[in-house]
Design a protein around this ligand. Sequence first.
Ligand SMILES: NC(=O)c1ccc[n+]([C@@H]2O[C@H](COP(=O)([O-])OP(=O)(O)OC[C@H]3O[C@@H](n4cnc5c(N)ncnc54)[C@H](OP(=O)(O)O)[C@@H]3O)[C@@H](O)[C@H]2O)c1
Length: 198
Amino acid sequence: MCDCGEKAHAKPIRLIAAACNNMGIGKNGYLPWNLPSEFTFFLDTISSVSTPGMKNLLVWGRKCWEAFPESLRPLPNTMHVVLSRTLRQVISVPKHAQYLCSDLQGSVKLGSTHPLSEVIETIWIIGGVEPYIEALQHPWCDLVYLTDVQADFECDTYFPEFNNNVYKLVDEFPGVPSGIQEENGIKFKYQVFKKVAQ
Ligand SMILES: NC(=O)c1ccc[n+]([C@@H]2O[C@H](COP(=O)([O-])OP(=O)(O)OC[C@H]3O[C@@H](n4cnc5c(N)ncnc54)[C@H](OP(=O)(O)O)[C@@H]3O)[C@@H](O)[C@H]2O)c1
């Protein structure tokens, strides 16, 4: 159960990732592949809100945050939490709200209680592995966006196993292109897994 407290307003928690044939997601701190349209889909998804004025809270492991290109900041409609047990502060970027939490539950609490709860629509878990593992167990986690990169890449970081009886692949999902995509000679498919009622 979530121990966010009585004043918590439940927010959808969603994971987003792309994984190749061996479920690899990263190599040497970066993505193993160059798929610009998939990356654009990622950016569009995490920065999209249904109600003007609302924002998404993006939860980043410290390494993912550090590797994210400065040129893409700030992302529209977003606020950011970096997870770290070692950092004491995150460097402030103008017009770019940032928070630091020492565990995932702290970031969920931040987004679901006053004052951020008034403006946060969705809590997106950007990775890496540990935030994904914890978020998959969270009762508010309803969707997993997981692009299937249909190729072999050498990786050192892997998307965690998750229970296909709990998260079921959806045939078609609004806003998500269907069918096999191809870029730079690499085939890939956008997928969304939805948590079934337990
Ligand atoms: N393909 C994809 O979709 C995708 C998505 C995300 C990431 N990636 C790849 O994955 C790799 C990075 O992932 P990673 O798993 O190695 O690193 P990460 O999760 O980005 O960063 C790890 C660090 O984050 C902090 N952290 C993580 N979970 C925490 C928690 N629950 N509580 C407090 N602090 C926490 C710790 O920081 P401190 O050491 O400061 O305590 C930890 O050392 C890169 O290669 C990246 O490109 C790929």
